[in-house]
Design a protein around this ligand. Structure first.
Ligand code: HEM
Length: 168
């Protein structure tokens, strides 16, 4: 068993459940509840307290996504999908969408003035972030389901076994 590949897969999946789960909770549970239950002032101080802590989670998840994502792609999956342009096209699109997600997440969790305009419309941009994250996860599932292309290094891919023999 390739322990490092397993750890990278755990790191990638844990970052996804933490970051995407956090965005959904904030946009569809915390924000409407705070608006309904708190005064403007209390809401503002709650938001400042949350952003100060959530920022660290965002930075850690972005770092783990990049390290585990590049490890997955450069050392494992690109070799399993040689001569399969659709896989690499999906990876490219996913990577660009992930950069957009990372930029939005950094702007929404920052306390600096440079992204104040985005935070002023957090309700809209958090919804955009949630939607983009779902698209990325959907694409990742398609990438994972694509059969491996037969090549010397890859285990022969049986039609009946389209799932990934790379499952650690
Ligand atoms: C918002 C950011 C991202 C999310 C939510 C996300 C989510 C996911 C999920 C859920 C999987 C499937 C995991 C599994 O079943 O093992 C996955 C796989 C993968 N991700 Fe990401 N990811 C993100 C960013 C990235 C980035 C930045 C990279 C590259 C630098 C990357 C590269 C990969 C690769 C190569 C796979 C394996 C696909 C395969 O099985 O062929 N991901 N990602």
């Amino acid at each position: 068993m390739d322990i490092l590949a397993l750890i990278m897969r755990w790191a990638h999946i844990l970052s996804a459940v933490t970051a995407v789960g956090g965005v959904f909770f904030m946009r569809f549970v915390l924000m409407p509840s705070a608006q309904a239950a708190l005064s403007q002032e209390a809401h503002e101080s709650l938001r400042a307290a949350i952003l100060k802590r959530w920022q660290h989670v965002v930075h850690t998840c972005i770092l783990l996504f990049l390290v585990s994502g590049f490890y997955n792609y450069l050392l494992i999956t690109r070799h399993l999908h040689e001569d399969q342009p659709i896989y690499h096209m999906l990876f490219g699109i996913k990577f660009i969408l992930a950069l957009a997600v990372f930029t939005l997440a950094l702007m929404l969790s920052s306390t600096r003035p440079w992204s104040a305009a985005v935070r002023a419309n957090a309700r809209f941009w958090l919804a955009v972030l949630a939607l983009l994250s779902v698209v990325i996860i959907g694409m990742s599932g398609v990438m994972r389901a694509l059969p491996h292309t037969p090549s010397p290094g890859n285990a022969p891919v049986m039609a009946s076994d389209a799932q990934n023999p790379q499952d650690v």
